[in-house]
Design a protein around this ligand. Structure first.
Ligand code: FES
Length: 102
């Protein structure tokens, strides 16, 4: 069973924004898409760009380095140059706690 860990408060991540948190020494991006929270690896699979600093358009994050696009819900690549999807994490919200599990 995956163990959920509290990494942020819902108020830390306004709709349309992304923050960076850490889980087991790995950078994880938390995105708020219309009040739903999604978590994925913060490191772009192309050349390691910081996805938490990318723009969020709907459920698409755009890498600030070369414009690669990923679906924050599935991690799938929506726009090149990345070839590999990013890992996603399970998310649950309890009260104002955002919890994630690998
Ligand atoms: S590092 Fe993200 S698109 Fe190149």
């Amino acid at each position: 069973m995956a163990e959920f860990v509290t990494v942020a408060q819902t108020t830390d991540v306004p709709p349309g924004s992304i923050i960076l948190v850490e889980l087991a020494d790995e950078g994880v991006a938390i995105a708020n898409v219309n009040g739903e929270f999604y978590a994925f690896d913060a490191e772009c699979t192309h050349a390691g760009g910081p996805l938490d600093e990318g723009d969020l358009e709907g459920a698409t994050v755009i890498c600030p380095w070369h414009g690669g696009e990923f679906d924050v819900k599935s991690g799938k690549v929506l726009g090149l140059p990345p070839q590999e999807e990013v890992s996603t994490y399970q998310v649950k919200v309890e009260g104002t706690d955002i919890k994630i599990a690998k």
